[in-house]
Ligand binder design. Sequence first.
Ligand SMILES: O=C(O)[C@H](O)[C@@H](O)[C@H](O)[C@H](O)COP(=O)(O)O
Length: 250
Amino acid sequence: MTERLVVVHPDAAVVAEAAAARLLTRVLDAQSQRSPVHVVLTGGSVGIATLAAVARNPVRAAVDWSAVHVWWGDERFLPDGDPERNETQARDALLRSLGDALPAGNVHAVPAPGNGVGTPEQAAALYAGELAAFAPGGAATPAFDVLMLGMGPDGHVASLFPGHDALAAEGVSTVGVHGSPKPPAERVSLTFEAIRAAREVWVVAAGPEKAQAVASALSGAPVTQTPASGVCGLERTLWLLDAASADVTG
Ligand SMILES: O=C(O)[C@H](O)[C@@H](O)[C@H](O)[C@H](O)COP(=O)(O)O
């Protein structure tokens, strides 16, 4: 039975620091029970600020990064190294600072255009194959220990946007996305099926512009209208919010 926890912090900076502290503790707890541990990162300002906070936190030295695998919940379909790629921003914020402690083979970036990848669908198919290759017998994805998601003002999570076909994808772990209302238009995203395979799903959000979507999601709005309403972890769904995004009276 999954539990839902909503935690409100004073501002975005504290949300990122708290998410970072929780992430480190969650990884350490998981490492005391199993190896490897799988973590799914998110793009967006709060998601990346969380990674920067991990990089600054001395507790990062307690983690056996050689037994951590890093994935992405979504990726902008942009060339390798493009500063707007979630992967680039994660490497800049945290991964590069870990050096060889985090083996290159443990970082599972979504394929970029080029090298035979011409469409988001082709990148999505390759990523689905990588997810399956690291999954327990026959599963589509690893049992992610923590899957982090940012949330847009429209309630999108990963690259699952209101009214888009990707919301209804079934039997697949990834999808190609076109016509994203948040640039760039072309993306790759985990599906809800893949998101719900995570032991814990964390939504990190901050800012008054998110308050309506937070209220809609927490009140169970239709997923087609507020995709964040559809996120759920097998064991826990954690919402880490700042006061402004949690203020439905705003
Ligand atoms: O590729 C992306 O843009 C992100 O994965 C996206 O899902 C992001 O997390 C939300 O849009 C929230 O972004 P902010 O925290 O910057 O509002």
